[in-house]
Write a protein of this length. Structure first.
Length: 406
């Protein structure tokens, strides 16, 4: 592991390798969110194929979720900064091909589907390499602050992408949006050359599939990691799915509001996430255990129950701000806890399992929720029971952890 001396409060900002990793990740997140926006708008507005939008999003996101597992294997086998460079270079070439097809009027639904699959697949190898590289550049006592800064900037990038794409399309054309994506990916690539990664010899004794199985075995037989993974799955399935799908339904069915009410409520949650990520970086500097995160998950379930019962806009905004802050703090604490305890040679595979679990469960949650809604079960009822289930699970895990300590 690369040893970095960091004793002062501001020393994290003097760590060049971390700053370049931070900048690369932020630019990559901005390019992905902008690409997803322009992809959706092109399918709906230009191709007039709104019925195929779900298929296009699946082509982008599903390979990204599943290939993350193999991306983690490669991150444990090879130099992680090199994987980030190759991923960025390939995505740059895809954007240039899209620009050429756009100018020759050959950007059809079929080509969009093909490039969506390629873009999502290649991006899957960037994320685990980026996440597993951080603990080798930053000491444990500053991991919380580092994750806070990264999560904050990623949130800003993810929110800014659609806004940036929308503004450019309002005054210009698709070509300029693709050029912006091209520019952000070029910055993603350039920043990786500033990362000085320790040279580590990694033996290639097994196949990629064997190493993936080894990583899953490590996660499932490391008791605290297994508990953490189960908590991540529960939160993503029973919280993020009902909340993100439920906000528009609450506006329509309960408030009987308009688009402005929806923007207020979504904005409140996003501001809460941003505030939570900022606060944990400045309030806390040491790594938090999983026990404190379990308590916060219980509060998450309680607030989700309350959200299902209120009917005033100001109460919705207050609860969504709180939920956003809590979810951001929980995410940073859990990621930091995993990074600080996981063996360095397993880091890529463990982070890829965590990312695939968190990203993969939300679409499945949407599907189950859609099925329940088709049986005329109200979103408020679904949110109430999901919140109660999260609360019960947090109490159960809290009790188990106390018994384990004793």
């Amino acid at each position: 592991m690369l040893h970095v001396e960091m004793n002062t409060e501001r020393s994290l900002f003097k760590n060049r390798a971390f700053l370049f990793l931070w900048g690369s990740g932020m630019c990559s997140a901005l390019s992905l969110s902008t690409y997803l926006f322009v992809e959706q708008w092109y399918v709906i507005h230009t191709l007039n194929q709104a019925s195929f939008l779900g298929l296009v999003l699946m082509a982008t996101l599903l390979p990204r979720i599943f290939l993350m597992l193999f991306g983690g294997v490669l991150s444990d086998r090879y130099k992680r900064s090199t994987i980030m460079r190759i991923s960025s270079s390939l995505r740059i070439s895809f954007i240039l091909c899209l620009l050429m097809l756009l100018h020759t009027d050959q950007l059809t639904l079929l080509t969009i589907l093909g490039f969506a699959f390629l873009f999502g697949s290649v991006d899957a190898f960037y994320s685990p390499a980026n996440a597993s590289l951080l603990p080798t550049l930053v000491p444990n006592e500053q991991l919380t602050k580092a994750n806070s800064l990264i999560q904050t900037s990623n949130q800003i990038a993810l929110f800014s992408g659609p806004i940036l794409g929308g503004v450019i399309l309002s005054y210009s054309s698709y070509s300029y949006v693709f050029l912006v994506i091209f520019g952000t990916l070029c910055l993603t690539l350039l920043f990786t050359y500033g990362i000085r990664e320790a040279k580590t010899k990694r033996a290639l004794q097994h196949s990629a599939l064997s190493e993936l199985k080894e990583g899953l075995h490590y996660v499932l037989h490391f008791q605290q990691l297994k508990q953490t993974l189960f908590l991540i799955i529960c939160v993503n399935f029973f919280f993020f799915g009902p909340l993100l799908l439920g906000i528009p339904l609450l506006v329509h069915d309960v408030l009987q509001g308009d688009a402005m009410d929806l923007s207020y409520m979504q904005g409140a949650y996003q501001m809460g996430m941003l505030g939570g990520a900022l606060s944990i970086g400045f309030v806390q500097t040491k790594v938090s255990g999983i026990t404190s995160s379990v308590r916060l998950i219980g509060a998450l379930g309680l607030f989700l129950c309350l959200l299902s019962q209120v009917q005033q806009i100001w109460l919705y905004l207050t609860l969504l701000l709180s939920l956003g802050a809590l979810s951001s703090i929980i995410n940073i604490r859990i990621i930091t806890s995993i990074q600080s305890q996981c063996a360095e040679q397993m880091m890529g595979r463990v982070m890829s399992v965590v990312n695939a679990s968190s990203n993969g469960l939300v679409p499945l949650s949407y599907a189950v929720l859609s099925l329940l809604l088709s049986f005329h079960i109200s979103i408020t009822t679904i949110m109430l029971y999901c919140g109660l289930l999260i609360l019960v699970l947090s109490l159960y895990f809290r009790k188990r952890m106390i018994q384990t300590k004793d």
